[in-house]
Every structure is written in structure tokens, then in C-alpha cells.
Design a protein around this ligand. Structure first.
Ligand code: AMP
Ligand code: MN
Ligand code: ZN
Length: 495
């Protein structure tokens, strides 16, 4: 009840109601309602759900004018009752009229394919004979190119005297959101040997997630591409450059970027230097980009927007500047890293000489060779998920059946609604529901505690499936006996 008071107070406060917050901390009211009372709990749950719905609507409609929506408002935290903290940069005034008016994926040219089958790699851009190409899940379309890859000598040797790029304050950043501008950009990229690339991504309100921006920097220019507006055009514009072994792509920590480019644009990378891999080869004290920028450029990176909602449009100047900051210095960092890799690899008499630039390039090539791993679920996926729960080992077989049923409902719902599993039913809620196995929509809402609008919306359906699972008494599929999971279940505790 106190929690609700605080949230209501914060809401009223946000609307400019005087003294709302003071009221929220008034201890009197909480004592008038016995929280252990069943009815009281249900009321709390329902009001909580409504507050969550308001939170969601407000955050998405961007009433606060600060940033986008980054996730459910933290419960009980008055400050985050509008879920607005994460995007609230000090220079964020430019975002005052920005918001996520509708889910971007609802207007993608090609609908998202959330079917429960593995991802099929598309024919590579510039394939000499696309009609002869036979796609195969699990096979990298540019496998041969990666196997035969020989990096240009300019990559394998360190530069003599790296030149830091002009500061971002004295150079413009080009925001690309039209096909014409994208073509100009591609033309510029065709004239250079090395580019730095980074992506910003959204995953909360989407099953598989999608790329929101693609940042590219050359030695002279910085681009931030609107990957929502140009989703269809990016493949033809950037694909050839990404697959060109003669053109070096510098990424920092490319593991996810490689997969996102495959999934969203059918783009595969050949010829990459991952500064994150270099940091590992050098065993630097920290491997993050923030450390490299500080160490080599004396720049204190501001990671404030890392978890921002990159779907919002228009992007504020501050968010565009942030995005650009992830690639602006990266080619210079790449130069400095190669110098250090060379120096460290020389050895010192006690250690043999090693080619650490080659080691880094080999590891970067391995990153390029990874494939987008689309979530595919089968009858036992629920159990793998269950085992990941450190404190989940206490479900008996009927409740494990409930867990399996909820898992299956969550998977189906996430795919059809195109929402993340964390949005549809966070794992902690799934576990609570399995443990308590509520038998009525009302008691289900009390367990839900506003953690999921979709669970609340489908409370009747979920109560039914819980009842059926309890009646069945055992999940439709169990791991083979002798497998670790089952011994633990029969023992009834996690070891
Ligand atoms: P970055 O390479 O740091 O620019 O991150 C790229 C994208 O990865 C961001 O737009 C986020 O969607 C996601 N991301 C980065 N860091 C995190 C994190 N700590 N937790 C969850 N998602 C992250
Ligand atoms: Mn990145
Ligand atoms: Zn980034």
C-alpha cells in the first residue's frame, strides 16, 4: 500500500499537483489496510496493474519530454514512476518532442519472422550468381571468403605516427535518414580503406530485437544512420563495403553487432579488427571502450545513453552525439592498439617474438564467422531455462508442469505479439506463478503484482493452463533420467 501511495504521489507530482509527494509518504493510510488481507492484496494488485499501464502509456507517449522508454518503472521508486530516468541527459532538451509513437516494427517493409525455425542466411550481396545460391541454416554465406582471407599489409603493420581525429566539437556529425543521403555516404565509404562501425539496438519491446542506428566513422567524417527509417536500404548501401576484404572494418566488441547485421540486413562482414579482442590479447586492465577512449584519447566517455530507448524519433542531439562518440575515435584507437600489439609482441629476450596483430585479426575473423542465433524452442527448453534459475530447484512435478506450460505460453505470446520474453513474463514472475499456481484471475493478478501487462490481459487463459498443468501433474516432456536436472527435482533442492 505504501508502495502504491508512493507511485501515485510520484504520478501526481509529475502532473504538477502540489504536495503530492508529501502525501505519498504519509504513514497513516498504510496502516488502515491490512496487507495480509486477501481482498486488500487483490485491490493492490489491480491498482498496481493500472499504475503500470499508466507508466507504460506515459513513458511511451513521452509526456515527461525527457527520453524514451527503457523498461518497466522500478516498483516503489517514486523517482522512476515515469520510467524516464535513463534517457534524461543534461543536454537532452532536443528530445522534448521525441517519443515512440508506435512500435517501429509494425511499419517495417518486411514483417518480422518470429516463427520457431532457425534463421536462414540470405544470399550475400554481390553474389555473382544469386539464383545458384542455396541457403542453409548454420552455414556462413561468406565462409570461403573468411577462410581465404588475407588482410591488406596496411592492416598487418602498425602505422608510424597515428593522428587523432579532430574533436567532435569542431566537426559535424551527419545524420542519415534518407536514401539519397545514404547513397552519398556509401559513395564516400567506397573511397576509403578503413571504417569504424557500431550499432545501437532495442530489445525490450521486440522478440528478437532490432537495430536502431548504425554509426560509421571514416578518418574524416562521422555518420549516424537511422536504421529504422532505412531498414530496407541499408543492405545494398553498406553490404558490399562490409563484405569487402580489402576494406577494413573496425568494431569494438563486435559479437552482437555481427549477429544484428545478419539478422536485420543480411549483411556479413569480411575483414574486421575488433578493438575489444585487441584489448584482450594485450591483457589490458579493462576491455571496455570507455577504458580505451580514456587510455588512448584522454576522453572520459559518457555511457549514459547505452541503455536508452534507441527507438525514439527524432533522436535528440545528445543521443546522436553519444552514438557518434562510439565510433569517432575508433580508427585512432585501432592505430594505437596496433602499435602496442607490435611493441608487446617483440618479446624481450626471455619471451619469443609473436605477431599479436595477427592474433587479434584471427580472433576478429572468428567473431565474423559466428552466425545469428535465432531463438528456437523445443519441448525441453523450459527445463534448460528452469535450471538457469539458481533458486528454482524447489518445484515439485505438478508445479514444474505449470512452469513448462507458462514457458510455452510465454514463447508463443512473445513470438506472435513480437515482444521480448522479459516483457511478456519475466522469469521471476514465471517462477512465482508456478510456485503459487493461482486458481482464479483475481489471485493471479495478486501474484502478478503489475509485473506484466500481457499476463494481466490474459489472466483467464493463464489460470486455465495452470489448472490443466496441475491436473496433468507432470510436464509433457522431461529430460532423460540420469540427467542432472531430474535427480535434483526428485531430491527437491538445488545442489
Ligand atoms: P554498445 O556497443 O555499447 O554501443 O551497445 C550496443 C547496444 O547493446 C546498445 O544499444 C544496447 O541495446 C545494448 N547494450 C549495451 N550494453 C548493454 C548492457 N549493459 N545491458 C544490456 N544491453 C546493453
Ligand atoms: Mn557496440
Ligand atoms: Zn554503441
Amino acid at each position: 500500500v505504501k508502495d502504491l501511495r508512493a507511485r501515485c504521489g510520484a504520478l501526481l507530482d509529475a502532473f504538477g499537483v502540489d504536495g503530492a509527494k508529501d502525501g505519498a509518504t504519509d504513514p497513516e493510510l498504510a496502516t488502515r489496510c491490512d496487507y495480509d488481507d486477501d481482498l486488500c492484496q487483490s485491490v493492490v494488485a489491480v491498482v498496481d496493474d493500472h499504475l503500470d499501464a499508466v507508466d507504460h502509456q506515459l513513458a511511451e507517449a513521452h509526456v515527461a519530454g525527457a527520453g524514451g522508454y527503457t523498461g518497466p518503472a522500478a516498483r516503489g521508486s517514486a523517482a522512476s514512476a515515469l520510467g524516464r530516468d535513463a534517457n534524461k541527459g543534461t543536454k537532452n532538451a532536443g528530445a522534448r518532442n521525441s517519443f515512440v509513437s508506435r512500435r517501429p516494427q509494425d511499419s517495417f517493409d518486411v514483417p518480422i519472422d518470429n516463427s520457431n525455425v532457425p534463421f536462414m542466411p540470405p544470399v550475400p550481396v554481390n553474389h555473382p550468381d544469386p539464383s545458384s545460391y542455396v541457403p542453409s541454416a548454420g552455414t556462413h554465406p561468406l565462409r570461403e571468403e573468411l577462410d581465404d582471407l588475407i588482410y591488406p599489409s596496411s592492416v598487418r603493420a602498425p602505422p608510424s605516427s597515428p593522428i587523432a581525429p579532430a574533436p567532435t566539437s569542431s566537426t559535424v556529425c551527419e545524420f542519415i535518414d534518407t536514401p539519397e543521403a545514404l547513397e552519398d555516404m556509401a559513395h564516400h565509404l567506397s573511397s576509403v580503406d578503413e571504417i569504424a562501425v557500431d550499432l545501437e539496438h532495442h530489445s525490450f519491446r521486440s522478440f528478437q530485437g532490432f537495430t536502431c542506428t548504425v554509426q560509421v566513422s571514416t578518418r574524416r567524417r562521422d555518420f549516424v544512420v537511422d536504421a529504422l527509417a532505412l531498414r530496407t536500404e541499408i543492405r545494398a548501401a553498406l553490404g558490399p563495403c562490409m563484405a569487402d576484404a580489402g576494406k577494413l572494418k573496425v568494431f569494438h566488441g563486435a559479437d552482437m553487432d555481427v549477429q544484428w547485421l545478419q539478422r536485420d540486413f543480411g549483411i556479413y562482414i569480411v575483414g574486421m579488427f575488433d578493438t575489444g579482442q585487441a584489448a584482450r590479447v594485450l591483457e589490458l586492465p579493462r576491455k571496455g571502450l570507455a577504458y580505451l577512449l580514456d587510455h588512448y584519447c584522454g576522453i572520459k566517455a559518457d555511457k549514459r545513453f547505452q541503455l536508452a530507448d534507441w527507438r525514439i524519433r527524432p533522436l535528440s542531439d545528445a543521443m546522436i552525439e553519444y552514438a557518434r562518440g562510439d565510433t569517432h575515435h575508433l580508427l585512432y584507437v585501432y592505430d594505437r592498439l596496433r602499435q602496442q600489439l607490435e611493441a608487446t609482441g617483440l618479446g624481450d629476450g626471455s619471451r619469443p617474438r609473436v605477431d599479436l596483430i595477427k592474433t587479434t585479426l584471427d580472433r576478429s575473423r572468428d567473431v565474423c564467422a559466428t552466425l545469428y542465433d535465432k531463438p528456437v524452442t523445443d519441448q525441453l527448453t523450459y527445463h534448460v531455462d528452469y535450471r538457469k534459475n539458481r533458486d528454482a530447484g524447489d518445484l515439485d512435478l505438478p508445479r514444474l508442469a505449470v512452469y513448462a506450460a507458462l514457458h510455452s505460453w510465454r514463447d508463443k505470446t512473445s513470438r506472435t505479439e513480437d515482444e521480448s520474453i522479459g516483457y511478456v513474463m519475466p522469469r521471476a514472475l514465471m517462477l512465482r506463478l508456478a510456485r503459487e499456481a493461482p486458481t482464479t484471475p483475481r489471485s493471479l493478478l495478486a501474484v502478478t503484482r503489475g509485473d506484466s501487462p500481457l499476463v494481466a490481459k490474459h489472466s483467464g487463459e493463464i489460470v486455465d493452463l495452470i489448472a490443466r498443468a496441475m491436473a496433468a501433474g507432470t510436464p509433457p516432456a522431461l529430460p532423460p533420467t540420469g540427467w542432472g536436472g531430474i535427480r535434483q527435482i526428485s531430491r527437491g533442492k538445488e545442489t
